[in-house]
Design a protein around this ligand. Sequence first.
Ligand SMILES: Cc1ncc(COP(=O)(O)O)c(C=O)c1O
Length: 579
Amino acid sequence: MQTIASSGLPAKTIFEWLLGLGVLLLAGRRLLLRLQLSRAKHRSLAGHARLGRLLARLVPQYEYDEARFFRADDAPEHIGEQRRAAFRRLAALYAQRFANTVRQTNEVQEEISDLQFTARYRVPFQFSRMVRQHLNSGSFVVSSSGPITTDLDGNQRYDLTGSYGVNVFGYDFYKECIEKGSARVRELGPVLGAYHPVVADNVHRLRALSGLDEISFHMSGTEAVMQAVRLARYHTRRRYLVRFCGAYHGWWGEVQPGVGNPVSERDTLTLKDIDERSLRVLRTRHDIACVLVNPVQALHPNAGAPADSTLVDSGQAAGFDRAAYTSWLQRLRKVCSDHGIVLIFDEVFLGFRLARGGAQEYFGVRADMLTYGKTVAGGLPIGVVCGRAHLMKRFREDRPADVCFARGTFNSHPYVMGAMSEFLQRLDTPEILNCYRDIDAVWDSRAAQLNERLRAAAVQVRVANLSSVWTVCYLQPSRYHWMFQYYLRAENLALSWVGTGRLIFSLDYTDADFAAVADRFVAAARQMQEDGWWWRGEALTHKAIRRRVLLEMVRARLHRPSDQSAGPPSGKAALGSKA
Ligand SMILES: Cc1ncc(COP(=O)(O)O)c(C=O)c1O
């Protein structure tokens, strides 16, 4: 037998020892990485995608009967009656004011999947049926002018939807971009594949704005994000994409793990935002291709985009600390640079809203790649990736068969490029440059004024803002905060389907427009208070509300509806007169 002279041990044994040691070290490292990853996860369900999805599947459908609907917080009977009367008044107002708009909406409701989904998820599901039946304001609008939209009944409403963020400079601006942009490319029409000459100027301008070398065009923000991540993986030859808890990056499966996506994400790590432990994960692992940042998270780190459907208790805390977020991005930038990780800013939502040069300029931190979308094509559908040259290449000089494929029939569509060309050229006009002057001071002071008025009105509602992106916060425990959106709509303020979770102002709001919005906002809050929805009992704490709802779910799951809390789904919810 072969031995090692000095020790006298058989070589095979030594080999086995070394192998064992190697396996042990490897297992130890894996364990360490796993532990670090666990510590870098946010404690909420949004931080634990798989668990979130699993629990979501267990939540049973149940809804409140009429008595419970008005007294889900165990308010005294007279408060329930007060709310019922107010609900009836609001229902009558909605029925009269939005009659044609609702009629047309109902005609197509069963034929448009999106409508069915959004209608269902405007409020917590236990309340949804009654609200759908009685507080529907319809989904059709026919015109816009300045910050005002008009529906089929001729109602004129201040638009706080921002068209999901597309509307940065006001609807009139986009109408002109589309009209003038179309005129530029009309001779060519919808020829695809070859480029209209406006593309060259668009590319030059986007390079200058982003400070990056190359550009690619796509059809939506979701696709732009897909392509940026795909390229980062291709060039780093690494597997994982890191996103931060709560951040939205479109509806592609890998950036949207957990609830809402039926497929398990395999190559995505969701880490805690603004947290040293996340940086430790980035430093230690060697398999992370890229980090995606959606800077709007600065307003509500680690929480998903706020929506009234999740206002089970008091929902969302929010607040923006520019210095803290800047420092976080700087630290993130350094770690990514040190470890060969591609830093991608997803500016689909915030690009051109905070500053002409977007979040990069606003926070003073540069990314390796960035995505634009929404507003950048002057109101037409778009996704753009800007990146460093070595990251944007879709082939390798030395490996001709190893390519990174990306196509898209409609990419660089002449009409989209025409409207983009108008948009980008107008960015440099004094009128638009003026919009950015003192932009934060303007919006911060408007938010502060409104908060002051809300304080003076003694209502427990406030707003928090990141420049012109706002969210409504509720200061006391209640089961009914979601009702506020219906009071706001009654004041002719247009909200998107997430209700008070996100208000997006266009920069063409004048002081007079804003004053009108503020008046209506305060009036809505006062009325809601007067109508008893914000009644506050001693026992009504956030914890008590959550515990109660959990118990209801467990009961409903076990098919044992309690005496009055969780009733079986009823037919048409009529509005009786007695609790
Ligand atoms: C930050 C961000 N990224 C990506 C997307 C997806 O863009 P789109 O809806 O155009 O696919 C959105 C949409 O809201 C977004 O806000």
